[in-house]
Design a protein around this ligand. Structure first.
Ligand SMILES: [Zn+2]
Length: 391
């Protein structure tokens, strides 16, 4: 068979508690893994490994499941470093800069958008991301939102229609007409290219009534709900996400006890975006309180040119450990299995027979180095669907 054996793994994180040391990370030492086609065929002790055609010796390095980045805005043009510098000099973040990116994105050719997305995804792959969700939301016209989703679809199946990102300037005096457009013709044009419907439900973006309309229309068009909520204030985002059965509510920087209790009693994942908190100098989401209440959490980059211009999941893990008081094990679990839950996927994030062969060979003897050596290059090899990516 054309199987590949990856062996001499010093520490293998499987995320399968049935395998290895019995912990939630399912750690196996002196391990090996066999990939057959795009799946994992075998996991066990290196000394017990079956014979295969191809053998890769990773010389004692750690291997972890590929990172699942369940929240990005990768299709855009331009950059906003001046806005970042102004913010770091004391100006508040309002979300208003999104229109700068909308103007640059509308003016860009589809080839330019595709190349920018390809460049950012190559960067993400080099830092160990093997599954990525990509949203529209910088077009805000029927043709441009569709164009963004066409580009996103070339790179991932996890595409999200975010026509309700902000109200574009041309509708500033008639918000209702823009919501009508998003729920009507724009949705009809975009739904065939998207799996998810999303709304930026926050102050300065869309209010509760508008969010309800967009989510309901998206669901009626066959899309699955997810939501941006509670980033800038104690808003209705979490409550609506739970009510609509959303797979995830993302940001969760400002949460009430009621929000946390309702998340704990729901199947909605709280996706935390420490890169956005970092880049907007906002307080970090209270991950410790969420975990202690029994909420499933995910970590994602929110990669976008305004409020979190990073593709690095290792950086998210380091921030979550240092600033959100997660243990390294909790942060890694949130960056892999948490992301899979936020995308309602059960075929990724676990290294066990039958699962998709998405894994990262770290340039370190232990996964703990992801947080212990912040900013250092963390990844030696990224394998997606059983194939090693050239980094
Ligand atoms: Zn976002």
């Amino acid at each position: 068979m054309t199987a590949t054996l990856i062996t001499n793994i010093g520490e293998l994180v499987t995320n399968d508690s049935e395998i290895g040391d019995g912990s939630r990370l399912g750690i196996l030492r002196d391990a090996a893994i066999v990939l057959d086609g795009n799946r994992v065929a075998w996991v066990g002790r290196a000394t017990d490994a079956p014979a295969t055609d191809t053998r890769v010796d990773v010389e004692g390095r750690a291997v972890v499941p590929g990172f699942v980045d369940s929240h990005t805005h990768l299709v855009f043009a331009g950059e906003r470093s001046a806005e970042f510098a102004a913010r770091m000099a004391g100006e508040p973040y309002t979300g208003g800069g999104i229109m700068t990116t909308v103007a640059a994105t509308r003016a860009a050719s589809t080839d330019e958008l595709r190349e920018n997305t390809r460049r950012l995804l190559a960067e993400a792959t080099a830092s160990g991301t093997t599954t990525v969700e990509i949203k529209s939301g910088y077009g805000l016209t029927i043709a441009d939102e569709r164009r963004l989703l066409e580009v996103a679809s070339e790179f991932t199946d996890e595409t999200t229609f975010l026509g309700a990102h902000v109200v574009p300037a041309e509708y500033a005096n008639d918000r209702a007409a823009y919501v009508d457009l998003v729920c009507g013709e724009m949705l009809v044009a975009c739904a065939p290219l998207a799996r998810w419907i999303d709304v930026f439900c926050d102050t300065g973006a869309f209010d509760e009534a508008e969010t309800r309309r967009v989510l309901a229309a998206g669901i009626a068009a066959g899309l699955l709900p997810r939501l941006h909520g509670n980033q800038l204030e104690h808003g209705p985002g979490v409550r609506l996400a739970v009510e609509f059965g959303a797979a995830s509510v993302d940001h969760c920087t400002y949460l009430s006890s009621v929000d946390i209790d309702s998340l704990a009693a729901s199947t909605t994942v709280a996706t935390l975006l420490p890169g956005a908190d970092f880049s907007t100098r906002a307080p970090y989401a209270d991950a410790r309180r969420l975990l202690d209440a029994g909420v499933t959490i995910a970590l994602a980059t929110d990669c976008n040119p305004g409020s979190s211009y990073t593709t690095s999941m290792p950086l998210m893990i380091a921030l979550a450990v240092r600033e959100m008081r997660l243990t390294p094990a909790e942060a890694l679990f949130a960056a892999t299995t948490g992301g899979a839950a936020a995308l309602r996927r059960d075929d990724i994030s676990r290294l066990a027979p039958g699962m998709r062969a998405d894994l990262v060979v770290l340039d370190a003897p232990s996964y703990v180095h992801l947080a212990y050596r912040p900013g250092a290059p963390a990844v030696s090899q990224t394998w997606r669907g059983g194939a090693k990516h050239a980094l």
